[in-house]
Design a protein around this ligand. Structure first.
Ligand code: ZN
Length: 452
């Protein structure tokens, strides 16, 4: 009986990013119904039907990945896509001043405008296009107006976990019912098979202990992911000790966060005791190296992470503090900065850095059973990187190239949920020129309403 496939990817160097870090050549990846259904030797896929009637003729789309790296789609474990239009809005400032004097006032005006919903939708769509173009197939996001963000992700064809941000101020305004919103939205978006919602208290300094406890309880009761910024600045850590008599991770433990499916963003100002606590509870950290460097927030203690075994993945944070959403440059910077400050060029080898945007990131969001590796039965989220540009040849080690030589512009094709959303460097779901025109429109609007 003949098998039918939606997409077949032939040739290419396949990085499975599985436990053995297998690298396959002369193999084929076959996709059907949103999933990878087979990864088999090319010889099995002959024109005249080979093993079990499998042939290239039975695929709707055949992608020739000669001179390409085929890898799991990259996962950006902490970002804020709706901040895409705030790229470069206010740079060269410390975190506290950046947030209080620029970002929060800007958000106050833009989101409360009668067109606030449209702003969120448009900005998320723009961010989604940027991440797809650079090989990212999934984001774990945190922002406001999650329904609009969800609609944008579905329209772009990007997989995502959307955290509706919770703060004391939002609670005081009665705008969010902690947990209920995520449950409602999960029901509404269930049929998309792309978007799910999490509970996302912004930080320990913007949420009271009572609100944090409610968030943890809501996440546990409804089996939702819990997503929070933690230990991003030294001030945050010191204030926590003064106010609560505990270090931030200990304080989170007190509020129930370590009993939930939790992902922490940043985790810079943590000590070994805190990391041991995270490792024991299997809780991961998404580090945002470039954003942390730009805001001078600090550099996380990588050796302590390695010694305690805390799962670490990479993220860009929002475009307002990065200022791009390209995980390739994030890999490059992360590898180099930790080598430098540890005076050890052997630290953090390239394959370990690639794990941080694939299998480690899938584990961080509790989806390692279906994402982050190329294996039969896994969801078909795949990035194909072309080695057809001057910065890509010669190639001796694909992991080295992904971290040190290539960038998001080398991504040629992207498949998400079994659908080709980037084909030969062209978005199939969105009009890139229209997106850029819309971004310029918002630039003018922001200049009109903010005293820049
Ligand atoms: Zn953030």
């Amino acid at each position: 009986m003949s098998k039918h496939f939606d997409i077949i990817i032939k040739h290419g160097t396949i990085l499975q990013m599985d436990k053995g870090l297998n690298v396959l050549t002369d193999h084929v990846v076959a996709i059907r119904d949103r999933k990878i259904c087979a990864i088999e030797p090319l010889a099995h896929f002959t024109v005249n039907a080979g093993v079990e009637g499998v042939s290239f003729h039975s695929a709707r789309t055949v992608i020739d990945a000669t001179d390409c790296i085929v890898m799991p789609g990259l996962i950006n474990a902490h970002t804020h896509l709706p901040m895409s239009y705030m790229r470069g809005l206010a740079d060269d400032l410390p975190l506290d001043k950046w947030l209080k004097d620029y970002i929060w006032p800007a958000e106050d005006k833009l989101l409360n405008d009668e067109l606030g919903d449209k702003f969120i939708y448009d900005a998320t769509l723009y961010g989604a296009a940027e991440v797809i173009r650079s090989g990212t197939t999934m984001v774990s996001d945190m922002y406001f107006k999650g329904e609009q963000m969800g609609r944008a992700l579905v329209d772009a064809g990007l997989r995502g976990i959307i955290g509706e941000a919770v703060t004391d101020l939002i609670q005081a305004n009665g705008k969010d019912r902690i947990g209920e919103y995520a449950v409602d939205m999960n029901r509404e978006f269930a049929s998309t098979n792309l978007v799910e919602f999490s509970v996302a208290p912004h930080a320990i300094y913007s949420c009271s202990e009572n609100v944090l406890r409610k968030c943890a309880k809501a996440a546990i009761d409804n089996d939702l992911l819990l997503h929070i910024h933690i230990s991003e600045s030294e001030k945050e850590r010191n204030d926590c000790i003064v106010k609560h008599g505990k270090r931030p991770v200990e304080y989170l433990a007190q509020t129930g966060f370590l009993d939930a499916r939790t992902i922490l963003a940043h985790g810079i100002w943590v000590d070994k005791d805190e990391l041991t606590l995270l490792a024991e509870r299997n809780i991961s950290v998404a580090t945002c190296t470039e954003s942390n460097l730009k805001l001078c927030s600090g550099i996380l203690p990588l050796r302590d992470y390695m010694e305690t075994g805390v799962n670490l993945c990479l993220a860009t944070d929002g475009a307002a503090s990065n200022n791009n959403l390209d995980l390739f440059t994030e890999m490059d910077t992360t590898a180099k900065i930790h080598k430098m400050i540890n005076h050890d060029p052997a630290l953090l080898p390239a394959h370990d850095v690639v794990k941080m945007v694939t299998c480690n990131a899938a584990k961080a969001i509790y989806r390692e059973h279906e994402l982050g590796s190329l294996l039969p039965g896994y969801l078909a989220d795949i990035t194909i990187v072309a080695l057809d540009t001057l910065n890509s040849q010669p190639i001796f080690n694909p992991y080295s190239h992904l971290v040190y030589a290539l960038n998001g512009h080398n991504v040629r094709d992207v498949i998400i949920n079994g659908k080709l959303v980037l084909k030969n460097r062209k978005l199939t779901t969105l009009d890139e020129k229209a997106l850029i025109a819309t971004a310029k429109h918002y630039q003018e609007k922001i200049c009109r309403i903010l005293p820049l």
